[in-house]
Design a protein. Structure first.
Length: 93
């Protein structure tokens, strides 16, 4: 049986156990993967800006709330556009 180096053994496990998707901007992310606080995320959810899904077993008190990355991307793009519009105004003054 061939002996594997420690590097090749480490590469066998591609994602940490329990990970949904650690790659940015692909599908759905958890709160802790967002680029801002959980409170800000909840504000945006209440405003209808971010699309979410709750994964929960029937009768369970706890679950996992996932945020759709497409809605997060739309929000961040709108922020960038607003900032770009304000930038020429600030330079003109």
């Amino acid at each position: 049986m061939p002996i594997k180096s420690s590097q090749s053994v480490a590469k066998v496990r591609r994602r940490p156990s329990g990970a949904i998707n650690r790659l940015p901007w692909q599908g759905w992310v958890r709160f802790r993967q967002l680029p801002f606080s959980e409170n800000k995320a909840r504000e945006l959810i209440d405003q209808g800006v971010l699309v979410t899904a709750l994964i929960q077993e029937p009768g369970s008190r706890r679950g996992v709330r996932l945020i759709e990355t497409a809605s997060l991307d739309r929000y961040l793009r709108s922020l960038a556009e607003e900032q770009q519009k304000k930038q020429p105004e600030a330079a003109a003054q």
